[in-house]
Design a binder for this molecule. Structure first.
Ligand code: DOR
Ligand code: ZN
Ligand code: ZN
Length: 446
């Protein structure tokens, strides 16, 4: 038998250890892992020169836009950014135009993505107005639902706890998950109106509106709801001490709760606004240092399940609106998330094992991504190849994303994804996209 390719001289992360090995890849899957001498014949060979090989990174939180918001990002530019950042699978958020909240909208979105994606993409749906549609959305292949609590985006009335409970019960029966943006709309809007009436138009006002308790209150509300159903709830982008404490109390009481945080909440603080201005404006916002410390403590103690990018691209004009309340919130992170975190490995704050747990294994397990998350025979050949010694300066003007700015611009990072393989195909090589669109797959839940 002749397989598609053999990758030699890999230092691969297998069963929590770094193993010197070769990998044979065939038909998009890992065919064999072992010594070079035991590899089958192959159509092509790739010498990995002792570079680190991780199972492909899975980003469970990104806004790929496209359709009505393609001017900010489209499936090709967003997945090119992912490949450049060593990310082989993305879960796309539903606040699109049209909002992904029906089986039909999801089907259209998947069809469009199929032809354009360079890495694998799965989709969240917002909640539909009619809860009967939930089953159709799951049947269509959604990987999970999103509940955006800061503002009404989906069809489900976010002020109505009973309606949320009813929807969660259905989701739980279908064994799907709910990702929650935890910021309490009522508290947030009240604070915002008050600040607007006082003609406040500064970053400080934005931070006051999106207070710590706005996050904690939303978490508590959801925890209270899920005492009556065993729905898996995944809290997105946790950013505050109180919010985290609420999540941890939910975990301790045995609720089916997980959480994520992001590179910007871990690595930026309010002190960075002076330098980065509104480019660093996001929701929930970056916080004072005591919150950043709380996040790192929670990572150390195993309370954080996932690190995700929350890649949220906008145009530069949208980021620089004169009025703070009109600035579009979000940070494009896909291509620098891994280098930023590898730099923390160099600094001793994380290990390669932590990176793999938080950005590969837990995402695969919690979102039930079959064939992903581990390097083993039979699994998908999604691979992130890393040069741990490459030190360079982030240059946002070279991003593959349409959003060519970053609050991390010009920062020195150490550790770089140098090759990304998706379903056995080399998609990124030394920063260049070397594969045609369509090398990624749309992941549908079975
Ligand atoms: O900063 C954010 N940007 N927070 C969100 O919740 C939405 C996101 C976006 O879509 O731009
Ligand atoms: Zn969010
Ligand atoms: Zn988001």
């Amino acid at each position: 038998m002749i397989v598609d390719s053999v990758l030699t001289n890999a230092k691969a992360y297998i069963s929590k250890e770094l193993v010197d090995c070769s990998l044979a890849v065939d038909n998009g899957k890992i065919f064999k892992i072992g010594k070079e001498a035991n590899m089958p014949k192959a159509s092509s060979k790739l010498d990995l020169k002792n570079l680190l090989v991780l199972p492909g990174l899975i980003d469970v939180h990104a806004h790929l836009r496209d359709e009505g918001k393609a001017y900010k990002e489209d499936f090709t530019s967003g997945t090119a950014a992912a490949a450049a950042g060593g990310v082989t699978t993305i879960l796309d958020m539903p606040n699109n135009e049209p909002v992904t909240m029906s089986a039909e909208a999801l089907r259209n979105r998947m069809e469009k993505a199929e032809k354009k994606v360079l890495v694998n993409v799965g989709f969240y749906s917002e909640f539909p107005k009619n809860v009967k549609e939930i089953a159709n959305i799951v049947k269509e292949g959604a990987l999970g639902f999103k509940l955006f609590m800061a503002e009404q985006i989906g069809g489900l009335n976010i002020e109505d706890d009973n309606a949320i409970l009813e929807a969660f019960k259905i989701v739980s029966k279908l064994k799907a998950s709910v990702a929650v943006h935890a910021e309490d709309r009522t508290m947030l809007k009240e604070a915002e109106q008050k600040l607007k009436r006082a003609s406040r138009n500064d970053i400080e006002a934005f931070l006051e509106a999106h207070s710590e308790n706005v996050e904690a209150q939303a978490v508590k509300r959801i925890l209270n709801i899920i005492t009556q159903t065993n729905t898996h709830v995944h809290f997105c982008h946790m950013s505050t001490q109180n919010g985290l404490e609420a999540v941890i109390s939910g975990k301790k009481s045995g609720l089916s709760v997980t959480c994520e945080t992001t590179p910007h909440h871990l690595l930026l603080s309010t002190e960075d606004f002076g330098r980065a201005g509104t480019l660093a404006l996001t929701m929930p916002p970056i916080r004072q240092k005591r919150h950043v410390s709380a996040l790192w403590d929670a990572i150390k103690n195993g309370w954080v399940d996932i690190i995700a990018s929350d890649h949220a691209p906008h145009t530069l004009e949208e980021k620089k609106a004169k009025n703070i309340w009109n600035v579009k919130v979000g940070i494009p992170n896909l291509e620098i998330m891994l280098p930023l975190l590898l730099t923390e490995v160099k600094r001793g704050r994380l290990s390669i094992g932590d990176i793999t747990t938080l950005m590969v294994e837990n995402p695969a397990r919690l979102f039930k991504l079959e064939g992903k998350g581990f390097l083993k025979e039979g699994n998908d050949a999604d691979l992130t190849v890393i040069d741990l010694n490459s030190k360079y300066k982030i240059d946002a003007s070279e991003f593959h994303s349409k959003a060519k700015y970053s609050p991390f611009d010009r920062q020195i990072v150490e550790g770089k994804p140098v090759k990304t393989l998706v379903n056995g195909k080399l998609v990124m090589d030394n920063g260049e996209i070397v594969s045609k669109t369509g090398s990624g797959k749309v992941i549908r839940r079975k």
